[in-house]
Design a protein around this ligand. Sequence first.
Ligand code: 4AD
Ligand code: MG
Length: 465
Amino acid sequence: MERTSIIDALKQNKELAHITVCGWVRTRRDSKTFTFLELNDGSCLSNIQCILDENTEAYKALEGVNTGAAVKISGKLVESLGKGQHFEIQAIEMTVFGLADSETFPLQKKRHSDEYLRTIAHLRPRTNKFGAIFRVRSEAAHAVHSYFHNNGFFYVHTPILTGADCEGAGEMFRVSTLPVNTNGEIIQKNKEENIFQNDFFGKEAKLTVSGQLEAETLATGLGKVYTFGPTFRAENSNTPRHAAEFWMIEPEAAFMDLQGNMSLGEGLVQHVTKHVMEHCEEDLALFNKFVEPTLLDSLKATVEKDFQRISYRDAVKLLQNCGKEFEYAVSFGTDLQTEHERFLAEEYFKSPVTVHDYPKGIKAFYMRMNDDNETVAAMDLLVPRIGELVGGSQREERLDTLTKRIIELGQDPADFWWYLDLRRFGSVPHAGFGLGFERLVMMLTGVSNIRDVIPFPRTVGSLEF
Ligand code: 4AD
Ligand code: MG
């Protein structure tokens, strides 16, 4: 179907004798001899105004056309005398694809709450705010790829179905084809057998929490790689920052240490922010006006200022002596809570900050042991309003130390035979991180709930659509 996107129509610098646009009617205003339709096609935040004069064929097709209707309008693109737009369309013909009954169409021209819009997640892309969020999400994804591509990283695909628990946190969804009886119980013919022996893979299968372990294998062949794909966590945490299904970006590079890893993460956040500021100006202005009034200032600072770095040890001292009352006390060895992370980024440094060298007791088995035998070469990048955006580390490349850590954490090294092989054959210092893509989109838009930056959020107790 031949049509001009509204974004392109509005960008014209001269009048056109003929143009066709398609879209959904946002508003209809009738006067005595003509009707105005504001049309949006999702290509940008702005609508294009169409004037349907009573003497045209287009006017005759107006019956029942209201907010929500899908139409095609052909006419002349002319300079607008009205305020707020350069160009408008003098309609000649209109085709109506689908009407939307004003009695029942839920998106009438008024502001709806985020909570209400979540219940109609299938329709919310047609609102200004969610159109803008999903355009920013798309642009940010492009920028992620361009950053790694520009830096010589290969894009690799790691499995979603897995038998390994990367984080060792046991927060995984099980995937099974085992038949169940009418009570929902697994039918087990031979009670002696391991129940998963008869399952699809002949062993217990899960949805991955991270592609890191597989990415490490690719990095030790291709050098520099990254994944960008869905990951799953069965954490029972009902917070504005946790989803059961989210997208993670995981670079992994051979011959890279913790310092290089921190720089890579900082560079990624700055690159994506800059790209979105350049390509989504109109959408960001909307967020700054209606969602988060400090957004543009904070994005500008993110791009222009160097990020801060602080060791976990110093961060703990700082939090203990800052004079602020926290709900949870901090001491060496405890994990930082979101309130601590936000204090550091938002109030103390007033910028993104990377905390590094955490105590081994609160981090995963694969992180490289430091010489103090007490901390590991871990890093978390914390950002204002959100807290942890990135988690990563230099990886333990020494076979003995890694095997010891696996055993210490109650796991069986035999389950990790292939992962340990990377340390048996041509082992190298290497490092990587995971960045939660939804949290990045929250940072870029000022949206405070993860449920609103993913088209169909999956959270505890919620699986509609
Ligand atoms: O810190 P995490 O758990 O790190 C890993 O999974 C590593 N294997 C990554 C690596 O080194 N390759 O998760 C990484 C990031 C977090 O910093 C956070 O931004 C995001 O993933 N994340 C979540 N985002 C949304 N909902 C959840 N439930 C999340 N859990 C983690
Ligand atoms: Mg983490």
